[in-house]
Design a protein around this ligand. Sequence first.
Ligand code: ADP
Ligand code: MG
Length: 325
Amino acid sequence: DVLVNQIAAGEVVERPASVVKELVENALDAGASRIDIDLEEGGARLIRVRDDGGGIAAAELPVAVQRHATSKIASLEDLEAVATLGFRGEALPSIASVSRFRIASRRNGDDNGNALQVEGGRVGEVAPSAQPQGTTVEVRELFYNVPARRRFLRAERTELGHIEEWLRTLALARPDVEVRISHNGKPLRRYRGDSASETGARLVDALGEEFSRNVLRIDHAGAGLRLHGWIAQPSYNRASADQQYLFVNGRGVRDRNVAHAVRQAYSDVLFHGRHPAYVLFLELDPRAVDVNVHPAKHEVRFRDSRLVHDFVYRTLQEALSGTRA
Ligand code: ADP
Ligand code: MG
């Protein structure tokens, strides 16, 4: 679908958070078990993502950053042109075309690492570089050569907020991966690696002690569906609209249908309509859900949304009923 692809492509380098997303997803694709993210000035000045994944061979470095005729992008002055780029296999070239970019990598078992610099799309030479196993990507001065986009960046706190929110969602989905974030040279967040993903340690790291003490554990399967995770106890009053995380087959999404089912379970059992806080994972047959409805908006479409709604509603209704003694 051309339109969907164009929308998705426009997102690749919309703001620092989109760069973080692309780089972190690459790290995960490379099998990383630990990812370190260093940011400066909300990511506008520096985004550095280091992983301990499989790495890239020296000969492959230029390939990774150069899937496009870079001259076209180096002279980019308007926003629309970015939106015409493709999406898959094009994140690094896109990012490297609008930043001072460096990628260094060392594969497991190689004696040394190699690095490659790209300045506004102009690709340099591969050179040996001290580098632990894995890959480090540095994106400096995002949009330095695209003034229209640079001006569009929001305040440091706003951009950092977008990055943190995306990483929080990712952290909830991937408790097995350790993630550390620093901002302006200071440690900001640490998500401890937690291979036993059901323990809730990651919940504490992502949403705090207080939230974690005030949740009900949910785990229920039936009719080919499974719903597990945590919902806030009725007594937990601090929930805000943004403490609502839904993952469908491991992918963070927004879905009105499921959100409605949760809200209705709360209000039917408890007779109030506050924002319920939750972190819920819905697993179902991949064929029963279309995740490509709108990649940019993280939406899904269920084949049988009534079934999903009723399953979520009944599961939570029962769990909450037990709290009403
Ligand atoms: P895509 O992820 O869609 O393939 P990208 O532009 O994001 O496209 O990355 C291009 C290629 O560079 C990837 O396919 C992968 O081979 C390589 N690559 C990028 N980042 C990493 C990383 N952190 N570790 C290993 N390989 C990477
Ligand atoms: Mg990628």
